[in-house]
Design a protein around this ligand. Structure first.
Ligand code: NDP
Length: 328
C-alpha cells in the first residue's frame, strides 16, 4: 500500500514528487509511457525562475526528475488506464496490467496543445512552429508571424506577440471570432495585427525553418501562400484525463478536472455540495487531489503547474496526517 501515488511526470507531478519525498511520503510517480510532458516538446525555456541563461525543456524536466529521485521518489514508466476507489483507498490500473493501491492520489496529467496535425507543422515544431506564445514569442523580434484560432487564447497571444513581432496575422476559419468582445476590440485596435478571415492553414512551408503557410479560403477554396517566419497555434488544449472516465471524479465540459478551488472561485453553485471547502485542490472524491494543467484552463505555464502542485501536495500531507490521527 502506497501513501501517495502521483499520476503525471511533467513539472506538476515532479514538483509534487520533490515535496512529497522530502516529507517522507515515499511517493510513486507514474510518469506515463512517454514521460516529461509538454516541456519535452519545447526548445529553450527562458522564463523558469532560476535559469537566467535559459534551459532546454528536456533538461529542465531531467533536473526535476533527478531531484525527486534523489529524495526517494519511485518512478513507473507506464500510463494509467483507470482508477477506482476501494474502501478508503484507491486502485490504479497500469498499462502493463499491474495494479497499485494507494491511500491518496494526485492527478497531474497535464493538457496537450491541440495541433492541426499537418506533417510539416509537426516537423517544424521548435523551428518556427509553436503552441505557446508566452514561451516562444521572444524569439520572433522584428519578424512576421501568424496566430491560428479565434478564441480568447488567439486574441491574447496575438496581442502579446506584437511586443516582439513586426506584424501578426490572425488566421481564422470563420468570419467572426468566438473570443470575448473586449479581447477582440484590443486586437482590432492594434495596428500591428491583421485578421485573415475564412481561411484554413493547409500546410506549413519551410525546409529547416518556417518560411510561410499555404492558406485555403473556406468559401472559395482558393489557395494562396503567405510568407512569414513563425506560426503560433491557439486552437485550444485537451486535458489528458480520459482515464478518469469511470472513476467518479468530476470533470468540466472540456475534460478539465474540477477541484474545490475552481468550484468555489467560479461560484459553481450546483456543484458546491459535492466538494469540501477544506482543501483547495481536492476533487469531489475524498483523497483524490488534482493539480497542474489538467485543472487549469487559463495559465498553463510550467511554473504555475509546479506551484499549484506544491500547494496540492502540502494539502495531501495534511489529509494523510488527519487520516492517521483518526485511525490512532
Ligand atoms: P477555444 O476552444 O475557446 O477556441 C479555439 C479556437 O480555435 C476557436 O476559434 C476555433 O474555431 C479554433 N479552432 C479549433 N480547431 C481548429 C482547427 N482544426 N482549425 C482551425 N481553427 C480551429 O480555446 P482557447 O484556448 O482560445 O480558450 C480556452 C478557454 O480559456 C476559453 O474558455 C477561454 O475563454 C479561456 N481563456 C481565457 C483567457 C482570458 O480571459 N484572459 C485567455 C485565454 C483563454 P471556431 O471558433 O471556428 O470553432
Amino acid at each position: 500500500m502506497e501513501k501517495l501515488v502521483i499520476i503525471g511526470g511533467g513539472p506538476a507531478g515532479l514538483s509534487a514528487g520533490i515535496y512529497a519525498s522530502r516529507a517522507l511520503l515515499s511517493p510513486t510517480i507514474v510518469e506515463g509511457a512517454l514521460p516529461g510532458g509538454q516541456l519535452t516538446q519545447t526548445t529553450e525555456v527562458e522564463n523558469f525562475p532560476g535559469f537566467s541563461e535559459g534551459i532546454y525543456g528536456i533538461e529542465l524536466i531531467k533536473k526535476m526528475r533527478d531531484q525527486a529521485e534523489k529524495f526517494g521518489a519511485k518512478f513507473i514508466t507506464e500510463d494509467v488506464l483507470s482508477l477506482q476507489k476501494i474502501g478508503e483507498n484507491f486502485e490504479i490500473v497500469l498499462g502493463n496490467g499491474e495494479n497499485i493501491l494507494s491511500e491518496s492520489l494526485l492527478v497531474a496529467t497535464g493538457a496537450k496543445a491541440n495541433w492541426l496535425n499537418l506533417p510539416n507543422e509537426q516537423r517544424l515544431i521548435g523551428r518556427g512552429v509553436s503552441g505557446c506564445a508566452t514561451c516562444d514569442g521572444f524569439f520572433f523580434k522584428g519578424k512576421t508571424i501568424c496566430v491560428i484560432g479565434g478564441g480568447d487564447s488567439a486574441m491574447e497571444e496575438a496581442t502579446f506577440l506584437t511586443k516582439f513581432a513586426e506584424k501578426v496575422f490572425i488566421i481564422h476559419r470563420k468570419s467572426e471570432f468566438r473570443a470575448s468582445k473586449i479581447m477582440q476590440e484590443k486586437v482590432f485596435k492594434n495596428p500591428k495585427i491583421e485578421v485573415i478571415w475564412n481561411s484554413q492553414v493547409v500546410d506549413v512551408l519551410g525546409d529547416q525553418k518556417v518560411s510561410g503557410v499555404l492558406l485555403k479560403d473556406t468559401i472559395s477554396s482558393e489557395e494562396k501562400i503567405l510568407n512569414l517566419d513563425g506560426v503560433f497555434l491557439a486552437i485550444g488544449h485537451t486535458p489528458s484525463t480520459s482515464f478518469l472516465k469511470n472513476s467518479g471524479v468530476l470533470l468540466d465540459e472540456k475534460g478539465y478536472v474540477l477541484t474545490a478551488e475552481r468550484v468555489f472561485f467560479e461560484n459553481l453553485e450546483n456543484l458546491k455540495s459535492q466538494f469540501s471547502n477544506k482543501f483547495r485542490y481536492q476533487t469531489n472524491i475524498e483523497g483524490i487531489f488534482a493539480s497542474g494543467d489538467c485543472v487549469d484552463p487559463n495559465y498553463r505555464q510550467a511554473i504555475t503547474a509546479s506551484g499549484i502542485s506544491v500547494s496540492a501536495e502540502i494539502e495531501i500531507e495534511k489529509f494523510l496526517s488527519e487520516k492517521n490521527n483518526r485511525r490512532a
